[in-house]
Design a protein around this ligand. Sequence first.
Ligand SMILES: Cc1cc2nc3c(=O)[nH]c(=O)nc-3n(C[C@H](O)[C@H](O)[C@H](O)COP(=O)(O)O)c2cc1C
Length: 225
Amino acid sequence: MNEFDIVVDAITSRRSVRGFLPEPVGIDLINKILATASYAPSGSNIQPWHVHVVMGEKRDELSRQLLDAHNRKRPESREYDYYPVNWRSPYIERRRETGWGLYETLGIQKGDRQASAQQHGRNYSFFGAPVVLIFSIDNDLQQGSWLDYGMFLQNIMVAARGCGLHTCPQAALANYPDIVKSQLGIDDGRTVICGISMGYEDTDCLANRFRPPRIGLDEFVTFHS
Ligand SMILES: Cc1cc2nc3c(=O)[nH]c(=O)nc-3n(C[C@H](O)[C@H](O)[C@H](O)COP(=O)(O)O)c2cc1C
């Protein structure tokens, strides 16, 4: 493969994997991925990221507590708005297409609340991944730093592909910030942004067959000359 193809392959082979093998991921590999990701650009190079790498017993305990909150139907309370308050076209259609596409792949019927809740709950077992990365940011940092953070997150996911690993970014892991903060010792001066589950793909998992489409260039590019 030429250099362009290698880059394209790393970017386009990244997808949200929702079924992982229990096979552990070595610390050296995790460090390599995070060190690579830290080359992400950030305004004035302030590097606003902080990562908690959660594995082993701590991972299991965090999962247990999050699942317990989910099963008890504790209201989710993310510390920031990820989505628009009022969904509108064209975003609502894209959201539906993606949500229903996944559920169709899994054989979940529209309106089957129990099965939907069960699938949502799988977020809290990190889809079986042995490693979960939790990301937080200082509360006094601004939107620009969140922009920087996104680049860092994408770098992690692309670098993981280079090591044969897959990932799933999860805003769901910020749904119960009090649990995450108390488990990981994150103080209230910080906001839990999201998590990334990481590991080796379970290729037998049905959910991993789903690949959401992308809009065409004609829908999001305007050329000027
Ligand atoms: C910041 C962020 C948060 C996300 N949160 C979740 C989540 O909580 N649970 C989940 O299953 N997928 C989550 N996703 C995955 C998106 O659904 C997915 O990226 C989108 O449908 C496109 O699919 P692809 O990643 O497979 O290309 C998230 C993605 C991003 C970028």
